[in-house]
Write a protein that binds this ligand. Sequence first.
Ligand code: SF4
Length: 73
Amino acid sequence: MSGDEGTGLVAVAVDADVCIGGGQCEMLEEATFVLDDDTMISSVTGSGKLPRARAELVIDRCPGRAISIVGSE
Ligand code: SF4
């Protein structure tokens, strides 16, 4: 039994080419996503890691479908 479903940390990334701004990701996880003041495009900041369940929530709320999981521990 792995025991990490929903709790294990995963690394997330933003595809700047499809991010449409708006900042849902930053509102949900302000330590992980930051919107550029000029372009209003999001990028990952800090460790770029979130508990899997939080990452999946932010991915689900992203209107541009710009966020993805790129690795896990
Ligand atoms: S929620 Fe998605 S579309 Fe909106 S700013 Fe974040 S990455 Fe971009």
